[in-house]
Design a binder for this molecule. Sequence first.
Ligand code: ARG
Length: 301
Amino acid sequence: MGEGVPTSRNDAQLHYVLLICNELTLCFSSRCATKDTVSLKCIECGNRIKVSSRIVGGEAAELGDWPWQVSLHYKSRHVCGASIIARNWIITASHCFFEDDSFRPFNWKVYSGFISQRKLFGATRSSVSRIVTHQGYDSETNDYDVALMKLSRSLEFTGNFSFFPDKVRPACLPTFDQQFPHGTTCMITGFGLTEERAASSSDILLEASVDIISHATCNQRSVYNGKITPRMICAGMLLGGVDSCQGDSGGPLVCKVSGTWYLAGVTSWGIGCARTNKPGVYAQVTQLTDWIFTQMEANSN
Ligand code: ARG
């Protein structure tokens, strides 16, 4: 079990604490899914070694930069992104399961630890044992656009984070009360289209920085006119030019807080890609942590 320091609350107030770590299930109990749960910042998540720098308007990532990013292949083709949150769980979008066959775990393969779809031999390939979509997901409104996939075998997080970069690592889940204030600069990554009209997804992993946009702004008539629910968070550039796009869905919107990357959003939808006043819309992870923990616990064996 990793070490941690409590975020946002005092230990005495807690009924349970949850370590978002390798041995995640050890800390599980049904009460972990209440608002009294606080996740501990764990050294095992949200860290990478290198300090550096379609996604439309993005640039190429390097191996190890976004070690939680995975590519979901459905019937041997990349269709969505996802993020590693535990050794055997990844989080993605519910809309990635778009037809009957897509609810069958054996139609999926999860590739991690790589940055080029043409060089998949270097990747770790995992099979899927369970798919858990959100019962509240609404394909008309995209509300509750989140899903979990359980891997048949746990991933190995081999790198020692103070010495070796690692290619495969989890992102941190935020606490339910963690804020990502508007104006915060965060990062999106993915193998999606590099232009709204592009014919195919990106061979290489791309990254771009985007700003968090408030609900008030995003719900303005000129933007999304009231379509942003509390389970969504907008990020992008109102001027356009930088955005996630088709094929990036399910992938991460991560924000760095004191050196650690937290999963603020799961790529969900947008009107076109990178258009003026049409930023990307992401499932808001802080609003979905209860569901995430409940499902992971319910599907722990
Ligand atoms: N729904 C898209 C997908 O399936 C991702 C949309 C993100 N769009 C945007 N403009 N940010 O890959």
